[in-house]
Design a protein around this ligand. Structure first.
Ligand code: CS2
Ligand code: MG
Length: 402
């Protein structure tokens, strides 16, 4: 069996997704991989088309590990979001092919089921505390066991991650829009929000909060401390994570668990965090961290150090990435939580999938391979629409962390 062709499909059904499709010589067995890098989609598409696909033709698709090493070590320029997203797309598509050839869902190839379903968390966001209570209730009514809660910062015109729509689209314009941020106002407000939410919904509902990398370690320590009475499952991305050592300071001051990793591309981005047990959940995901092969390696390292998975699952990770994430989530011993925001209906049409939601859990389905495909005719109905993530400034105009 050989790889005879591969193509990159760019389509914007409600938002932009980049998909790699690999075609084999065996009776048309194909595999798909997500290659979406929000706001930098065409960079990955070019990396794949110009530099990766020509090297895939003629290769044995069964050699997943060797292909991974070939693309990682062979490029000389290791890591980085563009490279690792491209490698992830190839790796994911090869696992899809291997599953189809074996006649097994990918999770069976990863060791089989470790749990009955994948617990997910939904996104409740609103401008005010009063409104966000209604949003949380909507998730609880639909069976969610975990909800992430975000509100606007009082006095600020807009806040990232807060939207009247159920599925907020982070990339909202071709040229980045701007938000204004005040750390003091934010730090005063957040505990008041969680006091109300915990009071209203009782002790069992798991609550989460995303800080979007905006604090310094000492500010994050204060936030974690102030949220301790409300027993959050995690605070996410409390500080920018380039400096892994920064987490030591947070850790010394608070027992609120910490999640990090949606922007990580490799095991080297989180090696210190995991080895020193500075975080509780690692949020790296298939599409941005080198595919199933590499993410499995990260999760295995995490398992040695009491760190659980909590993979990113925003709308900009395609239904193909979600399928791959669910096969890993159901198989690994140290699964924690999976983010799930749902997809626009057009995206569900473009990517028919066997994974499904029921009563607070996602299930990968039993189809051979990943159980997801791309309908190229449907995809062609949604031409590429450029969109960028917004930026964030302090009240005096200083460009701030995202
Ligand atoms: C967020 C995302 O879901 C999350 O946790 O941080 O909205 C993130 O900002 C986007 O996926 C960026 O592409
Ligand atoms: Mg996040």
């Amino acid at each position: 069996m050989k790889i005879v062709d591969a193509r990159v499909i760019i389509s914007s059904p409600g938002r932009t997704f980049v998909t790699l499709k690999i075609i084999t010589s065996d009776g048309g067995v194909t595999g798909v991989g997500d290659a979406t890098l929000n706001g930098r989609e065409l960079a990955v598409a070019a990396y794949l088309s110009e530099h990766v696909i020509p090297t895939l033709i003629g290769r044995d698709p069964a050699r997943i590990e060797d292909t991974w090493q070939y693309l990682y070590k062979g490029a000389y320029w290791r890591r980085g979001p563009v490279t690792m997203t491209a490698i992830a797309a190839v790796d994911t598509a090869l696992w899809d092919i291997k599953g189809k050839v074996a006649g097994l869902p990918v999770y069976q190839l990863l060791g089989g089921r470790s749990r009955e379903g994948v617990t997910v968390y939904g996104h409740a966001s609103a401008e005010t505390t009063e409104e966000v209570l209604t949003e949380v209730a909507r998730y609880v009514d639909r069976g969610y066991k975990a909800v992430r809660v975000q509100t606007g910062v009082p006095g600020m015109a807009s806040t990232y991650g807060v939207s009247p729509d159920e599925r907020y689209e982070p990339a909202d314009a071709a040229i980045p829009t701007e938000n204004v941020w005040s750390t003091p106002r934010y730090l005063t407000n957040v505990p008041t929000v969680f006091a109300r939410v915990r009071d209203e919904f009782g002790p069992d509902l798991r609550l989460l909060h995303d800080v979007h990398h905006r604090l310094t370690p000492i500010e994050a320590a204060r936030l974690g401390k102030s949220l301790e009475p409300y027993a959050l499952t995690w605070i996410e991305d409390p500080v920018p994570a380039e400096l892994q050592e920064g987490f030591r300071l947070i850790r010394q001051h608070t027992t609120t668990p910490i999640a990090v990793g949606e922007v990580f591309n490799s095991i080297w981005d989180c090696e210190t965090l995991i080895r020193e047990q500075l975080v509780d959940y690692i949020r790296a995901t298939v599409v941005h961290a080198g595919g199933i092969t590499h993410l499995r390696r990260i999760f295995d390292l995490a398992a040695l150090h009491h760190v659980r998975s909590g993979s990113h699952g925003a709308t900009d990770l395609s239904p193909v990435c979600m399928a791959a994430a669910l096969h890993l989530d159901i198989a690994i011993p140290n699964f924690g939580l999976q983010e799930y925001m749902g997809f626009p209906p057009e995206a569900d049409d473009v990517f028919p999938h066997s994974w499904h939601y029921a009563d607070g859990y996602l299930h990968p389905g039993e189809d051979p391979g990943l159980g997801v495909d791309i309908n190229e005719q449907e995809a062609a109905r949604y031409p590429y629409k450029p969109a960028s993530l917004p930026i964030n400034r302090l009240t005096d105009g200083t460009l701030h962390d995202w």
